[in-house]
Design a protein around this ligand. Structure first.
Ligand code: ADP
Length: 450
């Protein structure tokens, strides 16, 4: 292959490879940033829902604590009042009141773990917490309890420990906040072991996307976001990326196949060109030797014609050719190389045989025409289209397959004929009509008398 073609080939190959690498990188980058965006949106949504739940919890606690405060401030305070308070709130399922000295106005009876819990709390809480009416959440068993100091009671500051009811939380808050959520995502509340405590929809065919923490009011629990399996935005991003990748791979494949095909074609073409030029070089070399021997051989034109026809006697007879020969008497002398002219004539006779169909006639005429000697070879064969008549003398030119009907040949015969007569200072012409026949005339100049 020529160096230029190799360069172009390598350039296209490099360009495609660069394109492939760049496209893969940017696709990957797009996928990562799209996934990150989707993830951030999901996290924002979950964080907002968690905050909403937290606010609702704090609001219900505030309300419960408010009504409890009213009861404790009543000068006629009795433990029954707390019982009544409890029946009005479904949000707390246990309540304890205890003063700074450890006296417990409610409930009337305590189990020993409850006593221990209250004693522990009292010692743990700072004086500041009592004085400023502090508030905090603690884990009580597997539930969360609100611990708050109530001022203004006739018994001095009271420590209230209100344990949240799980059903209350579920019914009053989670159902109201989470059930109304639109879209295909599902939000679920997970306990500290990751087990769903509450989910607005079934989580059977859903996959966990992310979880966020609640605030201090719901310690150890988390809010998790689920998406239906295979339908999450992240899956959609991946599917889209895979589709793009597939299209791209196909494209690169097509380019590669195209390159391969072009490479093979160019290689075959250049191989052909090399063979042709080798062949031409050989042919020209062979021609040089006999043409160097051009001499005066006037009297030999008639034996040359007969010798060639003699050489073709067998195929002509076998194929039933009617042969006519006319050589004008007293022809002037011409300069020629007998072997070369024999070769040219043989090519014309060979073609006349090759390109004849039913009408098999061959006529060879040698006569003076002006200041030339003309050797005409005519047949009544398939003939040549006018537009082809110029080109048949070109090297390797052959008329299309259908016209030559698969007859053997290489397209050099007439090129050689032309080469030979031109070397003699002469020319070759053709007259032909398709389906009627052809006449090729070799014209050799008669040298001027000295
Ligand atoms: P080849 O015969 O090997 O194909 P040539 O150079 O001898 O090559 O001829 C070139 C083309 O000219 C041929 O392929 C053929 O189509 C056409 N041709 C040559 N001689 C004749 C003829 N006598 N009759 C019809 N067609 C011819």
């Amino acid at each position: 292959m020529k160096q230029r073609e190799i360069l172009i080939f390598v350039a296209v190959l490099l360009a495609s490879a660069t394109l492939a690498v760049l496209a893969t990188l940017s696709l990957r980058q797009w996928e990562v940033s799209a996934e990150r965006r989707v993830h951030e949106q999901a996290r924002d949504m979950a964080a907002m829902a968690a905050e909403k739940i937290e606010m609702a919890v704090l609001k219900l606690e505030e309300e419960g604590l408010g009504s409890l405060r009213l009861a404790t401030r009543d000068p006629r305070f009795t433990p029954e009042m707390i019982e009544t308070w409890k029946t009005h709130t479904s949000f707390f399922d246990r309540a304890y009141l205890c003063d700074r000295q450890g006296k417990v106005p409610y409930p009337r009876r305590l189990s020993s773990p409850e006593t221990a819990m209250l004693t522990g709390l009292r010692t743990e809480l700072s004086a500041g917490f009592w004085d400023r009416g502090g508030r905090r959440h603690i884990q009580l068993g597997d539930q969360v309890a609100l611990v708050a100091v109530i001022h203004g009671s006739s018994r001095g500051p009271l420590l209230a420990v209100l344990r949240r009811s799980e059903q209350g939380l579920r019914r009053d808050i989670l159902e109201k906040t989470l059930a109304g959520l639109e879209g295909q995502s599902t939000l679920a509340v997970l306990d500290n072991s990751g087990r769903p405590v509450y989910a607005a929809r079934s989580l059977d065919r859903a996959e966990h996307v992310l979880s966020v923490d609640f605030g201090e009011a719901l310690p150890a629990w988390r809010l998790a976001l689920y998406e239906p399996k295979g339908l999450s935005p992240r899956d959609a991003v991946r599917r889209q990326a895979m589709l793009l990748m597939a299209v791209f791979v196909l494209l690169v494949g097509v380019i590669a196949v195209g390159l391969g095909a072009t490479y093979r074609l160019v290689r075959r073409e250049s191989e052909m060109a090399r063979l042709k030029s080798d062949f031409v070089a050989n042919v020209s070399h062979d021609l040089k030797t006999p043409l160097a021997l051009i001499r005066m051989f006037a009297e030999t034109v008639e034996p040359i014609v007969h010798e060639v026809l003699e050489a073709f006697r067998y195929p002509l007879a076998q194929q039933g050719f009617k042969v006519e020969v006319y050589v004008e008497p007293d022809l002037p002398e011409v300069r020629l190389d007998p072997e070369a002219i024999k070769q040219a004539l043989a090519n014309l006779v060979d073609n006349a045989i090759k390109y004849s169909d039913e009408r098999r006639r061959l006529s060879v005429t040698v006569q003076r025409c002006g200041d030339e000697v003309c050797i005409a070879v005519s047949d009544e064969g398939i003939g040549i289209q006018p537009r082809e008549q110029e080109r048949i003398f070109e090297k390797f030119y052959r008329i299309g397959r259908s016209e030559t009907q698969g007859r053997r040949g290489s397209g050099v015969g007439l090129a050689l004929v032309k080469h030979i007569v031109t070397a003699h200072g002469g020319s070759v012409t053709v007259e032909s009509r398709p389906a009627e026949g052809s006449m090729f005339v070799l014209r050799l100049p008669i040298p001027e008398a000295p």
